[in-house]
Design a protein around this ligand. Structure first.
Ligand code: SF4
Length: 69
């Protein structure tokens, strides 16, 4: 499972980092670091919750196919 951060949409609310700090790193301005990243095993639900919680819709599941739980 992968999640993607759209750096053009992210406004730096840092909610994703609060919900899943092991997945979403913040830059010096409090924006999530853009790009795709692998979700560590066992953190799939954290990733999905962060995607739902981003107020800007900047997050997406990049590879939902392998996310079997
Ligand atoms: S919650 Fe959304 S807008 Fe806020 S830092 Fe994360 S990706 Fe960016």
């Amino acid at each position: 499972m992968q999640v993607a951060v759209d750096g053009n949409v992210c406004q730096g609310h840092a909610r994703c980092n609060a919900l899943a700090p092991e997945i979403f790193e913040l830059d010096d301005w409090g924006h999530a670091v853009a790009g795709e990243r692998e979700v560590p095993t066992g953190h799939e639900e954290d990733a999905a919750r962060a995607v739902r919680s981003c107020p800007e819709g900047a997050l997406s599941i990049a590879d939902a196919g392998s996310g079997t739980r």
